[in-house]
Design a protein around this ligand. Structure first.
Ligand SMILES: Cc1ncc(COP(=O)(O)O)c(C=O)c1O
Length: 356
């Protein structure tokens, strides 16, 4: 599984090369250039934050360019840097104070970008689709304006695609439809990259790569031969256009059912959000009883944001499984809304915690 990183092994280079090749081919981050391989999402973001700080130091040796911007509703991980970029009191409060220089803005608020991102900003991190925040999709206009401002002040733009990336939206990266000018300087990825095996990666462009020297950052287990070989295979599978087409086809099936549920329970289902197989149902009430009723009937569904049901199924979920799951969800909604008519299973009070 492991070899000291004093030894050369071929798979870390092969994985990095494949990630870059597939990223560029997919029409995403056109200038992807180098990869740091680690063991988790939070570590991938930690590396990105350090690379942004280093870039700030190189651009402004006075040390003034150290501020880091993220957005309300985001989730970037639980280590101190990533946590400092995750402005959620539930996660931050027990571990306060956060790192200095972290500022938070409002997602999709273009008007305030100028005041938020300044000459003092070294980096900005944003999820093209907020997962934990309730499956909220960034508008193209917002990401275009954000990237323009980052370029203007020399801040590193980081797209955290740990949840929404690797073909979950039907393209390799969720930002694929953006113009080149809105491509990031860094993409962070993890989760699906190992298909269950712990691995993460920070993909950087040449401008960032040239500022990082050997010894600036490192890891004992990151890029180990087993993980790198495994992820190489997984990236080759996840970048398959047939798989990506099937994601879009399955998304349509989900959408059809969600629209039916919205028509059937208009007082409950307020909004349908998301793309591909990262989908959310905004409910008008606490989803906990529905989650519980669904779980009792064999469907595991989780919550996100405020009163949102989040659907991030395996990309290989079958049409039959979607039908079965949606039938259970329908029944769960029915028993919760009309408890007298159907046996409403045991309800657990209290919040259902999200495993991110
Ligand atoms: C968008 C996003 N960023 C970062 C993370 C952190 O990843 P990990 O749990 O592998 O540290 C997550 C995990 O849910 C995530 O959804």
């Amino acid at each position: 599984m492991h070899t000291s990183n004093l030894y050369h092994h071929p798979w870390i280079g092969a994985l990095s090369q494949l990630l870059i090749q597939k990223t560029v081919e997919s029409g995403s981050m056109h200038d992807a250039n180098a990869v740091f391989v680690c063991n988790s999402g939070t570590e991938a973001n930690e590396a990105a934050i350090k690379f942004a700080r280093k870039t700030g130091k190189v651009l402004d040796p006075s040390g003034e360019k150290y501020e880091f911007v993220s957005f309300n509703g985001s989730f970037h991980g639980r280590t101190m840097g990533a946590l400092s970029a995750t402005p959620n009191p539930k996660y931050q409060k027990p571990f306060a104070p956060m790192l200095p220089g972290f500022k938070y803005g409002t997602y999709n608020d273009i008007a305030r970008i100028k005041d938020l991102v300044t000459e003092k900003t070294c980096g900005v991190i944003v999820e093209p689709i907020q997962g934990e925040g309730g499956v909220i999709v960034a508008t193209d206009e917002f990401l275009i304006a954000l990237s323009a401002r980052c370029r203007e002040v020399g801040a590193v733009l980081i797209y955290d695609e740990i949840q929404c990336g690797l073909s979950r939206t039907g393209t390799l990266w969720a930002h694929a439809s953006l113009p080149r000018s809105a491509h990031p300087n860094i993409i962070t990825t993890a989760k699906a990259l190992g298909n269950g095996f712990p691995i993460g990666a920070t993909i950087v462009n040449g401008n960032v790569a040239e500022k990082i020297v050997v010894g600036d950052h490192g890891t004992t287990f990151g890029g180990n031969p087993l993980g790198a070989r495994l992820a190489h295979y997984i990236v080759s599978r996840l970048s398959d256009p047939k798989l990506q087409d099937s994601v879009l086809a399955k998304s349509k099936i989900f959408m059809k059912h969600f629209k039916e549920l919205q028509q059937k329970y208009p007082e409950l289902v307020k909004e349908i959000r998301g793309r591909g197989l990262i989908l959310g149902l905004q409910l008008t009430q606490d989803p906990t009883p529905i989650v519980t009723a669904a779980r009792e009937r064999g469907l595991l569904v989780i919550t996100a944001g405020t009163n949102t049901l989040r659907f991030v199924p395996s990309l290989t979920v079958t049409e039959g499984e979607i039908e079965e799951g949606m039938a259970i969800l329908d029944e769960a909604m029915q028993v919760v809304l009309t408890p007298g008519e159907e046996p409403a299973g045991k309800q657990v009070n209290g919040e259902v915690d999200s495993p991110n």
